[in-house]
Write a protein that binds this ligand. Sequence first.
Ligand code: NAD
Length: 583
Amino acid sequence: MLSRLRTTWSLRPCVSVCRWAHTKERGRPLMLSPRTNKGMAFSLKERQVLGIHGLLPPKVETQEIQALRFQNNLKKMTDPLEKYIYLMGIQERNERLFYRVLMEDIDELMPIVYTPTVGLACMHYGHIFRRPKGLFISILDKGHIRSILDNWSENDVSAVVVTDGERILGLGDLGVYGMGIPVGKLCLYTACAGIRPEKCLPVVIDVGTDNETLLADPLYMGLYQKRDRSQAYDDLIDEFMEAVVDKYGQDTLIQFEDFGNHNASRILRKYREKYCTFNDDIQGTAAVALAGLMAAQRVIGKPITAHRLLFLGAGEAAVGIANLIVMAMMEEGMNPDEARKRIWMYDKHGLLVKDRQEEMFPNQEPFVHDSPGNIGSFLDAVNTIEPTAIIGVSGAGRLFTHDVIKSMGALNERPIIFALSNPTTKAECTAEDAYTLTDGRCLFASGSPFDPVTLSDGRVITPGQGNNAYIFPGVALAVILSGVRHISDTVFLEAAKTLAAQLTDKDLEDGRLYPPLSKIREVSLQMAVKVVEYVYSKGMAFRYPEPIDKNGFVRATVWNTDYDSLLPETYDWPDVSFGPKTK
Ligand code: NAD
């Protein structure tokens, strides 16, 4: 009996100390990992048990106070790129705090982590680089992509955003510097839709760059070679897609971003029935633009079938938007040929008309019409076609001239003018020009944000920002939660309707065609709920049993920024004193 007691007594402290020592070793890595780091919010107990006591200032801070420090510093900064670097620095150190700062000021900070500032950040990526984020796969890795995925620290990924850097925003080929885009998009997955950050994987595929400035820059970080446009490119993308589903499962969402024109639509066609994938530049843009038109309809009271639309630009974005508008018109009972006849396109060579000498692409074919006469300039096209809406997606700067805007004002009581090209400098016109030259009658939206405009009569109009972020996070959340295998265009039509329906009458009175960015989290969650309802009702969802309460189902998954306790509950804690030492 005595010997048994002795054994028990002598063993207990030994086990405790060993465990504690092990836990102490874990403390520093927990501080160094942005996923677990809490900075000064580590509690006193955590600091002592994890062996990091003394490595932080003595005060235990709330996350609210931590956020305040960063918010105050951000307010003092005037340079957007400086703000970007500062914010990304928080993300590298303390992920939850980063998202708290971002979410609390989303309308101010979204233009920093995403367009327009992210464009600037991509251009200067090699110069502002601090720590790598995301996964880099080069064409030299062919045959080894699956093992590269194994190097990623997370084994349970739900969403991948991938770019090959060829057409970053309106800025062209930035090669591997395009990594800023998937990183920024996935920040919005979390900030807007509450998708857990560890479930998101940003990827850049490096097949070289045709950007001579980058190839001559010693700080460039990608392959110093021209873009590989051979069969090897297609093989690499095939291998990437297979490796992703092999590692993370068949229903992993793969979002394509900023691929060059020739590849974007081709890749979408190739994979859309085989993988759970979408292209945001085509489908997300289409949905957000259509939502703007639907909101304008609510103001004008004119059905979508009564519109005649003229696009400036006939690329990826224009064709994507036009196709979704055709679907919306068809839903209103119009036949597809009639619908297509209502849509015209004008590109860098002029109006898309039959027998034109300059090259046209197969996806533009439905919007190529008989010539309406001798059209030289875009102004000629406006005056001849007499559109109710002009949509700028040319990426070529201020081509909605004063004369174009005035003509739209003369032709329509409420002209619709969308200047969607990014960044701000490439927008087809400013909000101020659009409103002042139409006496405040136009319904305006832009791709990049513009400040509210005060008219001469004192009215203040808030321009709408047709930001894809209103669409893709909510759609992504719905797709992930309901186990959709193939994302049909009808999902984006549903998303557009949901977005337009979320505007209040007051929003419309203020001139808004999109809800305020400050409400984007609620907008995204409501969109996810509607899309979940839609995909289950259409038999597109594969996750069973079907949730009865879709609203509760979606909201229960939402990630928040509260810190987790890092002390295992089952641990046999030694008795330590936590208060300040008294003499
Ligand atoms: P793209 O390269 O596929 O197409 C550009 C089109 O514009 C081409 O048809 C080209 O011929 C035409 N164009 C170029 N210069 C022109 C000129 N001087 N006059 C008339 N037409 C001209 O590019 P894209 O993917 O269609 O994107 C175009 C723009 O739309 C970019 O600036 C992009 O940032 C913007 N965009 C905005 C959103 C959004 O606001 N939500 C989404 C996607 C794309």
